[in-house]
Write a protein that binds this ligand. Structure first.
Ligand code: DLL
Length: 433
């Protein structure tokens, strides 16, 4: 169901007029109230009055994680703290968290956007929503919670962890919608089997999964194991949290971007030059209605492509292709660019390989080496050593064919790779230590 028909089906021309009006106001706002933004714009020789068309956005400087870091914790807020009703933060790899703030109106808009998402995923007030995204500084738990309540569904705010208890609750409460990371969904499926519970005993119908990259093969695996429809949801703290884009149940192909609140761009991965919509590159977002923490041309580091085709669900918002990787996920192994998602793609297409893996990178002397540890099914593991060797060799060849790098494959016993309770840790890079 389309939650907000008026906005979600706006004809392109009307949508663009609205976007321009909102963009102009947002640029005025940051210029007037944040010295850092004003300084950057002055340096680039651009004033708020120069934004006369949507394409003028190109004149504005990008905002990066580094800008946020320099202004830690509240330096980019455009309102005094007395108007900020909520803070969230995401833990970066550098240790210093990225801090974001929301006014009462920001929270209201966020709830509406999450409601639209849940609605696009097929949820309604009749549903019992099991929310296993972490509650706390992470935006997943509370972001989804407010949207689910606003929808009028019954929310079970279970948060992350204590997997067996979660399964009992899910079964006894007859939860119909599951919200968590895709890696945790697999963990739940596996734990159900361990507990002797057949997933078909559950009332689950649909899952809304995001916060980390996952391949199409992983989607199939989840859908098969849990017997549900798995919908992809995208978002990031810097923009608002979950609720920036969602797949619709009708197509499950590309995620509709909430374009009345966020303006997407695609830029070249290396030069950051703007690319025409339809080409692959790094996603850049400008918030259009945020009060406490607006961001102008935020470089997400996520790679995608914008799909401008008409969608059968009736929404007019452009879609972004499922995220294919992140620039800071990229490993450079002996000069070759390797994305964990490519390795996942190979692994998931091979029979008898479980969807649990970890990539370990080492440097021996001046040479990088990559090991992929991957779990195999119980049957295969107890098979003859020769069969295991053949399987390892097959994985190695397929990875070499796709990526052009050789790696060591270690087939490990079922349940030896640590299970995720939130975002999965796929890579251990020992080179930096
Ligand atoms: O992960 C917000 C969120 C919560 C989204 C719950 C969806 C569901 P951060 O912790 O700031 O926010 O991490 C944002 O996670 O830049 C992407 O790299 C990645 N990410 C989020 N959703 C997806 C997705 C939340 N559907 C970062 N597919 C983003 C791939 C995703 N990557």
């Amino acid at each position: 169901m389309i939650w907000n028909e008026e906005y979600e089906t706006l004809p392109r021309e009307a949508l663009e007029a609205l976007q321009l009006k909102r963009l102009q106001a947002q640029v005025e706002r940051v210029y007037a109230s944040v010295p850092y933004y004003r300084g950057k714009m002055d340096k680039a020789g651009v004033q708020p009055g120069d934004i006369k068309a949507l394409t003028d956005i190109k004149k504005l400087p990008f905002t990066t994680k580094e800008d946020l870091r320099k202004n830690y914790p509240f330096g980019l807020f455009t309102v005094p703290l007395e108007r900020v009703v909520r803070i969230h933060a995401s833990s970066g790899t550098t240790g210093q968290p990225t801090v974001v703030g929301y006014t009462r109106r920001d929270i209201k808009i966020w709830a509406e956007l999450m409601t639209r998402c849940l609605s696009a995923a097929g949820a309604s007030p009749q549903d019992i929503i099991h929310n296993a995204y972490g509650y706390g500084l992470f935006t997943g738990g509370l972001g989804a919670h407010y949207g689910a309540e606003n929808l009028g569904a019954t929310v079970v705010p279970v948060s992350g962890g204590n997997t067996k208890r979660q399964i009992m609750i899910m079964r006894d409460f007859k939860s119909t919608v599951l919200l968590c990371t895709p890696s945790y969904a697999l963990n739940l499926a596996e734990t159900m089997t361990e507990m002797g519970i057949d997933p078909s005993e559950m009332a689950l119908r649909v899952g809304v999964f995001g916060a980390e990259p996952w391949s199409e093969n992983m989607r199939e695996e989840i859908q098969k194991k849990l017997g549900i429809q798995a919908i992809d949801i995208y978002g990031l703290s810097e923009i608002i949290g979950p609720g920036v884009a969602i797949e619709c149940t009708e197509e499950q192909k590309g995620l509709h971007i909430m374009e009345d609140h966020f303006l997407p761009e695609i830029v070249d991965r290396d030069t950051f030059d703007p690319l025409p919509l339809g080409e692959s590159g790094e996603l850049v977002f400008t918030t259009l209605t945020k009060e406490a923490f607006p961001v102008i041309r935020y470089r997400t580091k996520d790679f995608s492509r914008i799909i401008t085709d008409h969608c059968s669900c009736g929404r007019t918002f452009y879609r972004m292709e499922k995220i294919t990787g992140r620039s800071d996920d990229m490993l450079i192994i002996r000069g070759v660019n390797v994305f964990p998602s490519q390795i996942e793609h190979v692994l998931m297409s091979i029979k008898d390989v479980e969807p649990h893996y970890q990539i370990i990178v080492n440097r021996e002397g001046s040479l990088d080496s990559m090991e992929v540890q991957v779990e195999v099914s119980e049957d295969i593991f107890s098979d003859a050593v020769k069969n295991l060797e053949t399987l390892a060799k097959q994985i190695q060849i397929e990875i070499k064919d796709l990526l052009g790098v050789s790696c060591k494959i270690s087939l490990v016993e079922p349940k030896t790779i640590q299970r995720s309770e939130g975002k999965a840790k796929r890579v251990i890079d020992n080179r930096k230590i």
